[in-house]
Design a protein around this ligand. Structure first.
Ligand SMILES: Nc1ncnc2c1ncn2[C@@H]1O[C@H](COP(=O)(O)OS(=O)(=O)O)[C@@H](OP(=O)(O)O)[C@H]1O
Ligand SMILES: Nc1ncnc2c1ncn2[C@@H]1O[C@H](COP(=O)(O)OP(=O)(O)O)[C@@H](O)[C@H]1O
Length: 201
């Protein structure tokens, strides 16, 4: 991105991220879900968010389809647009972490370089890459929105896993295999990671 704003000065806030986190009794972080369409990102992220909410954690969930209706409604699915999509989401995620929240993002985020860029924006330990690992054959069987069928019929181009790249995460903090676990088991795997690593009590 080309920086177009000149003559602006960064203002330090009186209330710090740590103070906000202490008030909420949690360690803010960005749970970055990545996986193919239909892998289960939204389903698992919602299940985790629900458990965290019941436990009185302060959370927010940014979901691909929803954000593409608003903030990123001007972007399509070329590599260039996906890169810009993830850049904006990373910036928004960073703001939510700064506000003391446990923020989740559920985007395909197909390129390792973009996920690494998001990681590098945050402080060590704040970025948690969650690989929702589901073989494409199963995603295609699930096909919750009928998109694979349309992609195979040539009605959608640049579809991830068919004619657009997905980089398998190199070393995700959490590796969730949905093919042999229930939605609840997948969610508990993630909540358990947050507990063990002191993000929640
Ligand atoms: N060409 C193509 N490729 C992949 N996905 C497509 C495409 N066209 C539309 N959709 C729908 O858009 C959702 C993915 O948006 P994302 O913002 O997560 O994508 S990306 O991170 O920028 O790659 C994705 O949502 P999920 O199925 O929840 O992943 C699809 O519903
Ligand atoms: N263990 C599981 N984890 C997540 N989703 C599952 C699982 N088993 C079956 N599913 C189903 O797979 C589909 C995943 O869709 P969705 O969450 O929209 O995926 P994505 O957000 O990655 O596109 C849902 O219909 C969900 O009910």
């Amino acid at each position: 991105m080309t920086q177009k704003t000149e003559n602006t000065v960064w203002h330090a806030h009186l209330v710090t991220k740590n103070e906000r986190a202490q008030l909420k009794n949690q360690q803010p972080c960005l749970l970055w879900y990545t996986g193919l369409s239909g892998s289960g990102k939204s389903t698992v992220a919602n299940a985790v968010d629900d458990i965290l909410f019941q436990r009185k954690a302060h959370t927010y969930l940014l979901d691909g389809d929803n954000v593409r209706h608003g903030l990123n409604g001007d972007l399509g699915f070329s590599d260039e647009d996906r890169i810009e999509n993830i850049r904006r989401i990373s910036q928004v995620g960073k703001l939510f972490v700064d506000s003391g929240l446990i923020c989740s993002t559920a985007f395909i985020s197909p390129f390792q370089s973009d996920r690494d860029m998001a990681r590098d924006m945050l402080e060590p330990g704040e970025f948690i890459e969650v690989f929702i690992d589901t073989p494409i054959e199963i995603c295609e069987q699930r096909d919750p929105k009928g998109l694979y069928k349309m992609a195979r019929a040539g009605e959608i181009k640049d579809f991830t896993g068919i004619d657009s790249t997905y980089d398998v995460p190199a070393s995700p903090e959490i590796h969730v295999k949905t093919a042999n676990q229930s939605i609840e088991q997948c969610a508990l795997q993630i909540v358990s990671y947050l507990e063990k690593n002191g993000y929640i009590n």
